[in-house]
Design a protein around this ligand. Structure first.
Ligand code: NAD
Length: 503
């Protein structure tokens, strides 16, 4: 199969086929490296949402009843198709998102991992049995699909985040309705084509493009049973509150402010390399980007010098330039917002060591580029620290020691990821045990858990307390049914009261 090229008009995918675009409402899709509008995406109406959900409900009935082996066979075929189309997907990601091709390929690879985990669904769906739980009574629990799962995803990982959700929801017997980001929507339709090629019945995977109207319609739709959301914190809060009020199961992963703690005993060259990549990779548009380095005062001058050298050496270029380290940010508005936050830090008294404002890539003057930015002596009250910048900006907060570093990290309202750079096992252990963050790296800058663990932050980085993919993802997409069973060979005396003696 050849992947359909990005169309000028990106439409929905319902019931196993592209839907002719009839809506008057569309949004622009840009190539962030050139600033040019390259497509428009349809924004679903309420009726389109109704039609898509109705198709998902109908398809789920037979898909959820299919044997585990038959469902696994589809997952295995999807895995092969995804792997063989990884490069083509990466090209589309890079064109619409702006990230460099190698990073886009990495994104597909991390999504592929989740598919591979979901291929083990017969094992993952195994229930539990208590033989002879009471005299002559056996108790067993199984997990059943929940029904229709809607997934609402952000722009920054247009393939990986849909793959955090859909393979797990589909493997466990649900239908999945994807509402991708309207800023880089095209890969969602490619995923739909690949699912179809893999033999997934029509209607089990749906793509509904749209904005807040489509999201609200899904949140309020009586036939949507669960909502998986990944995006910014204000919208995550809204999705969690609205979906929960409508009686749905909701997991809503929000924004982040991730701290990389550098202790005085760290290998500073190594820490500088990793902080540079983790702060500026993908132009800082990662929910696990390290956007704050919390540095022991004793080594801060030395580390800042190493970071400045590296920040200046980052090659900023369009994502398809072979040796580019970092591409543009997603929109002109995002560039403006990031540059304004950099300006606020300067005004509030921080030391702007490397200033990425006004960065121009020759031949791409209209592109949304922001250069790597390093800001020293940032106070936690500054706007650049309080806000999630979501751009190539690294703040340095200087602290006396581990104790003060922990106080800074734990006082932050977000709790997605963090990392510590140290050569002391004892200090790393102390940090790991006391830090109020869901995902911790020890000398590992971006500790995104592998697919057979689960991904999720704490505090304002996750609403609804269920992390995504891995064992938690399986639980989120299923509900338990517990059967208590007796096959008596003689009559059992009925009782008017509970018997708690286990007899
Ligand atoms: P966003 O919150 O603007 O959009 C996410 C989704 O919500 C999109 O599909 C969008 O169409 C929809 N949406 C936007 N505004 C809405 C509204 N008012 N009502 C209903 N729906 C709305 O996020 P984004 O800018 O696309 O992505 C970046 C954000 O996502 C960052 O904050 C980043 O930290 C976060 N993120 C978090 C994780 C995580 O795992 N915690 C992973 C990736 C990205």
């Amino acid at each position: 199969m050849t992947i359909t090229e990005t169309k000028t008009l990106v439409g929905h995918w319902v019931d196993g086929a592209p839907v002719p675009v009839v809506t008057q409402r569309t949004a622009p899709v840009h190539n962030p490296a050139t600033g040019a509008e390259i497509a428009r995406v349809a924004l679903a109406t309420g009726e389109e949402v109704d039609r898509a959900v109705a198709s998902a409900v109908a398809a789920q009935r037979s898909w959820g009843a299919l044997s585990l082996g038959k469902r696994a066979a589809v997952l295995f075929r999807f895995r092969e198709l995804l792997a063989s189309h990884a490069d083509e997907l990466a090209v589309i990601i890079s064109r619409e998102h702006g990230k460099v091709l190698s990073d886009a390929r990495g994104e597909v690879a991390r999504g592929l991992e989740v598919v591979e985990h979901a291929c083990g669904l017969p094992q993952l769906m195994k229930g539990e049995v208590s033989d002879e739980a009471a005299t002559g009574i056996d108790v067993y629990s199984v997990r059943e699909p929940i029904g229709v799962v809607a997934g609402i995803t952000p722009f920054n990982f247009p393939v990986m985040v849909p793959l955090w959700m859909s393979p797990v929801a589909i493997a466990t017997g649900n239908a999945f309705v994807l509402k991708p980001s309207e800023r880089d929507p095209s890969t969602a339709n490619v995923l739909a084509e690949l699912w179809q090629q893999a033999g997934l019945p029509d209607g089990v995977f749906t793509v509904l493009h749209g904005d807040r109207n489509a999201v609200t319609a899904l949140l309020e739709h009586p036939d949507v049973d669960a909502v998986s959301f990944v995006g910014s914190t204000p919208i995550a809060k809204y999705v969690h509150a609205t979906g929960s009020a409508a009686g749905k199961r909701v997991q809503a992963l929000g924004g982040a402010k991730n701290h990389g703690v550098v202790l005085a005993d760290a290998d500073l060259e190594d820490a500088a390399d990793h902080l540079t990549a983790a702060a500026f990779g993908s132009a800082g548009e990662r929910c696990m980007a390290l956007s704050v380095a919390v540095v022991a005062e004793e080594v801060a001058d030395e580390l800042v010098a190493l970071l400045a050298e590296r920040a200046r050496a980052v090659k900023v270029a369009p994502g398809d330039v072979p040796d580019a380290d970092m591409g543009p940010v997603i929109t002109a508005a995002s560039k403006e917002r990031i540059e304004s936050l950099i300006g606020s830090a300067e005004r509030e008294g921080a030391d702007l060591v490397v200033d990425g404002r006004g960065h121009v890539v020759p031949g791409h003057e209209e592109g949304f580029f922001v250069g790597p930015t390093l800001i020293d002596r940032v106070e936690t009250g500054y706007e650049v620290y309080r806000e999630e910048v979501f751009g190539p900006v690294l703040d340095i907060v200087r602290v006396a020691d581990l104790e003060e570093a922990l106080a800074v990290v734990n006082a932050n309202p977000y709790g997605n990821g963090t990392a510590i750079f140290t050569s002391s096992g004892a200090a790393a252990r102390e940090f790991r045990r006391r830090v109020q963050v869901g995902m911790v790296g020890v000398n590992v800058p971006i500790p995104v858990p592998v697919a057979w663990h689960s991904f999720g932050g704490w505090k304002d980085s996750l609403f609804g307390d269920s992390p995504i993919y891995g064992p938690e993802g399986i639980r989120f997409c299923t509900r338990a049914k517990v059967t208590t069973e007796r096959w008596p060979s003689k009559r059992v005396q009925a009782s008017f009261h509970f018997s708690g003696d286990g007899q």
